[in-house]
Design a protein around this ligand. Sequence first.
Ligand SMILES: [Zn+2]
Length: 323
Amino acid sequence: MVWMVGVDVGGTQIKMGVVSAQGRRVLAHRILPTRSYASPSKLAEGLSRTIEELRGIHGLPRRSCRGVGIGLPGLVDGSRGIVHQLVNLPGRWQGVPFAQLMARRLGCRCVIDNDANVVALGEWRAGAGRGTSHGVYLTLGTGVGGGIISHGHLVRGATGSAGEPGHMVLLPGGPRCGCGRRGCLESLVSTAAILRQARAAMRWGHRTLRACVEEAGELTPAVISTAAARGDAAARRIWAGVGEWLGIGVANLVNLLNPECVVIGGGVGNAWPWFSPALRATVRRSAFSLPARTARIVRGQLGVRAGVVGATYLLEEDRGGHA
Ligand SMILES: [Zn+2]
């Protein structure tokens, strides 16, 4: 059986899966803590060791491995296998040929790309975007990532950094963004932005929201959804606000790219029932009517597997990679 490995490197966790080339079944998986790898070479060492371990446990022959695909949370030049900028991981990453580092250790093809591009690839090939040629993919969470598929290809741009809709400026002078600038889409709908609004609402009362937080022991986007389900007006307003800002961003993308689908995933994407009505209404109101009618706005289907499964599809793109 031909197998491959998908790796989804996040700021907190690294998800890794051994995946069958046919049908993309996850045969085995591991979760590793990102912080325990202090540098790119330590990470390459840790990943290769774990891949070898999994290979041994499951008795997978080395020669039937098609390769390793890796999503990294930063600016990555996938075609050259080089990292431009990666601020959420320990160590110095600028200019690191990470695909080559991995390939040298494992002796198989290794390909890297931006993590959100990888999720886009996964949802397009195996999830909500299956069968389309033009799509926009957004992941909502700590940050807002994105990927664009046009004419059946990931759009990468001149230096590989295309597809960052999270940093479209929607509100000049607005809240500070993770990128250091102000008023980006991410600064308005990221987890931090949502929690900030919830804390403000709790200072103004909103007993239901407060009770939900006490029950759960912490404030998270999921808790705000619970409060919304129990009728808390502030919680519902927060999600409607997320839907509106997201809708303005998506309307711009719809006018710009005329996609067949807009797929929303990521952790915060789980609040879909709460923000999607405002999202759809805002897109209808703000975008040209033909592209707005054309674009199906849907929720991602792959959930937490999106990054791992998507990374394996990097191996099918006819470009880049080191062997
Ligand atoms: Zn930004």
